[in-house]
Design a protein around this ligand. Structure first.
Ligand code: KG4
Ligand code: ZN
Length: 340
């Protein structure tokens, strides 16, 4: 029997300070997330310098708690995985410095992980991934469709040409005067509304798997201005519902088309916007109709966490991937395959 693999994961790319221990890439023994949302709310978004300061305050405590909850000592671990990029450089560096120090002090291998690979592998914490697989990544910084033919292999087939889906959610929420982060607020309002304002869908060229959300955002802003000029009240819930429906329609239609074209065995949704109730329902229905297996992690594993970093780290560890202690934060890191 193969020995069990225990990987400590560390994530500090944005405004969550997170550490976790995962066994064999799928069993979560602990998953600690210290969120800065309350503090960042005052500024209506993430202020990088403030994010870094919070990470410095929290990181040691969060790592200690992750080990304590997993009931493991550093010597029981096999590796330390940490988000290397993309993200805010100052924020990344706090997690990376902590990971390096921990790995060096405990003589453990260090593995640098791509944040988006983490979001994809959050699905592995729920059920094994089946290949070929289509990952639809929708987060605050990314909107991408990635084809995976096996573990560690990533082919980008489409991406946003302007705003990421989550960014559009947050910007539209701001226009509607809703607090940060806007995604969950719009999701809630959209769910409450009986009606929806009609907004355009950006299909782009017929065969394109790319996305564009900035035109939709402008349409919402224009709609609000027009209504204001006419002295009419806007129905915020109906605007939220119309905006959300436009995002969901485009994501669903393109994901289904890609899944069929590439003949995938499984489609997975990943990233913060995959927590969206309307999107989850739309994907579930569409892929059930096509008889293609669909999986999405529970909501707390869709938003930033460290268990997903441990999950990727375990797979990379098994492939023999190791990073040196010279690892640096890579704010613009590209999702590259780790196998040939
Ligand atoms: O993946 P994530 O936690 O951080 C990044 O890696 O970017 O994603 C954060 C994004 C934010 O834009 C947030 O508004 C959005 O995910 N989000 C949602 C929902 N929950 C979080 N968007 C729509 N509906 C939600 N329920
Ligand atoms: Zn993320």
């Amino acid at each position: 029997m193969k020995p069990d693999i225990y990987v400590l994961g560390i994530e500090t790319s944005c405004d969550e300070t997170a550490a976790s221990v995962v066994k064999n890439g799928s069993d979560i023994l602990s998953n600690v997330v210290a969120s800065q949302i309350e503090s960042q709310k005052r500024f209506g978004g993430v202020v990088p310098e403030i994010a870094s300061r919070h990470h410095v305050e929290e990181i040691t405590l969060v790592i200690e708690q992750a080990l304590e909850e997993a009931r493991l000592a550093p010597g029981d671990l096999d590796a330390v995985a940490v988000t290397e990029g993309p993200g805010l450089v100052g924020a990344l560096l706090i997690g990376i410095s902590a990971a390096k120090a921990f790995a060096f002090a405990n003589d453990l291998p260090l593995i640098g992980v791509h944040h988006i690979a983490g979001h994809i592998y959050a699905n592995q914490l729920v059920q094994p991934m089946e290949f070929p697989l289509l990952a639809v990544i929708v987060s605050g910084g990314h909107t991408e469709m990635v084809l995976m033919r096996e573990h560690g292999s990533f082919e980008l087939i489409g991406e946003t040409r302007d705003d990421a889906a989550g960014e559009a959610y947050d910007k539209v929420a701001r226009v509607l005067g809703l607090p940060y982060p806007g995604g969950p607020q719009i999701d809630r309002l959209a769910g409450e509304s009986e009606t929806a304002v009609e907004f355009p869908r950006a299909w782009l060229e017929t065969d394109s798997y790319d996305f564009s959300f900035s035109g939709l955002k402008s349409s919402v802003i224009n709609y609000k201005h027009n209504m204001e000029q006419r002295g009419e009240e806007i129905d915020e819930a109906a605007v939220a519902a119309g905006f959300q429906q436009s995002v969901i329609d485009v994501l669903t239609v393109k994901a289904v088309r890609a899944a069929k074209e590439y003949g995938v065995r499984q489609v997975i949704a990943a990233g913060g916007v995959a927590a969206n109730k309307g999107l989850r329902k739309s994907f579930e229905t569409a892929f059930a109709n096509e008889q293609i297996a669909f999986s999405v992690p529970p909501i707390q594993l869709c938003t930033d966490n460290a268990a997903m970093i441990s999950a990727v780290g375990t797979e990379m560890f098994k492939s023999g991937k190791r990073s040196g202690l010279a690892m640096n934060g890579r704010p613009g890191m590209v999702l590259a395959s780790w196998i040939d």
